[in-house]
Design a protein around this ligand. Structure first.
Ligand code: PEP
Ligand code: MN
Length: 338
């Protein structure tokens, strides 16, 4: 249930709503907007409580039920776009934020070379996996703690924020020491123990869409993060499984306007894991920016032929340089910049 307060409401009146909700055993989340305070009343049986329970309270303007399964990620709870702040980088604002780097951190030379190059070319965030959720247990699983240390070194050397994946709830604290943004991968989109722990960390988090998940399931998973009081949530479309087998996954371009319509959360697109092949990545990336994505998460490797993971879909530094020039032009035509 969403309780919209009147403009100019005072603290006691908001507190009155909060106390009434708590006395009925519900949880609450506040959206302190610039000109409106909204109180979300959350619980499994809010449907059994009449809206008048709150409508009669002083300072309440309106009470509505959210019929969708996701509440905190919805536009009903927060009408204006959310912006996630990562140091001086804003995700969800006018800038189209490019996050680039290798699938996995492999060596110090590799991550240093990529970090330097992508920063010079205008990327805002360095990506690199230290923990890799691989389909096969025999594939390279990442450098783990050593990988985190190398990321932290690159972050310091080049003054660029870092995004890396966390796969285990027990590693969240450790990963927050080296990462500015925690990535929850497609395979873990509904790992609720992980989502809860990442939510508690209050660290900016990028939630990838599960490759068999609907947009509703994805936004409801985002509610797990938001429910812990972590408002720094970024969504990432990375392709879904369809009958089409000429690409690794089918990038659902329509999820961009759909998410923008129903949610206030910033949304970025990963063309690399969708395409599965370097030759297809630039076109998908350009389409994503044209369709209104707030950023791009892209795999770049100094020597894709030698990459331990996802070499086939990784761009070389010169391919990435060409793509950046194209993306800058598209962003500009959309009234944005990179
Ligand atoms: C990744 O970004 O390296 C990754 C494993 O992506 P996804 O979870 O989308 O497969
Ligand atoms: Mn990858």
């Amino acid at each position: 249930m969403i309780v919209e307060m009147q403009t100019g409401v005072d603290v006691q009146q908001v507190d009155g709503v909060v106390q009434r909700a708590k006395s009925l055993g519900f949880q609450v989340q506040l959206n302190l907007g610039t000109n409106k305070v909204v109180v979300a009343i959350l619980g499994s049986n809010t449907g059994q409580v009449p809206t008048d329970t709150f409508a009669v309270l002083p300072g309440v303007e309106s009470v509505t039920r959210i019929m969708k399964p996701y509440k905190l990620a919805s536009r009903e709870f927060k009408g204006e776009d959310s912006v996630v702040n990562v140091g001086s980088v804003q995700i969800g604002g006018e800038r189209v934020v490019v996050m680039a780097g290798p699938c996995a951190v492999e060596t110090e030379e590799q991550i240093t070379e990529v970090a330097k190059a992508i920063k010079e070319l205008g990327a805002a965030v360095l990506r690199g996996g230290a923990y890799k959720p691989r389909t096969s247990p025999f594939s390279f699983q990442g450098l783990e703690e050593v990988g985190l240390e190398l990321l932290a070194k690159a972050r310091k050397a080049f003054g660029i924020p870092v995004i890396t994946e966390v796969v285990d709830p027990h590693d969240v604290e450790l990963v927050t020491k080296s990462a500015d943004i925690l990535q929850v991968g497609a395979r873990n989109m509904q790992n609720f123990a992980l989502l809860t722990e990442v939510g508690k960390s209050k660290r900016p988090v990028l939630l990838k869409r599960g490759f068999s998940s609907t947009i509703t399931e994805w936004l409801t998973a985002a509610d797990y993060l938001l429910a812990e009081g972590n408002s720094q949530v970024i969504l990432c479309e990375r392709g879904i499984r369809t009958f089409e087998d000429s690409v690794r996954f089918s990038l659902d371009i329509s999820s961009i306007p759909v998410v923008k319509r129903f949610s206030h959360l910033p949304l970025i697109v990963d063309p690399s894991h969708a395409a599965g092949h370097y030759s297809l990545v630039p076109a998908i990336a350009r389409a994503a920016v044209a369709a209104g994505a707030d950023g791009i998460l892209i795999e770049v490797h100094p020597n894709p032929k030698e990459a331990l993971v996802d070499g086939l879909q990784s761009l070389t530094i010169s391919d990435f340089s060409r793509l950046m020039a194209e993306l800058k032009a598209i962003a500009k035509s959309m009234g944005r910049y990179i």
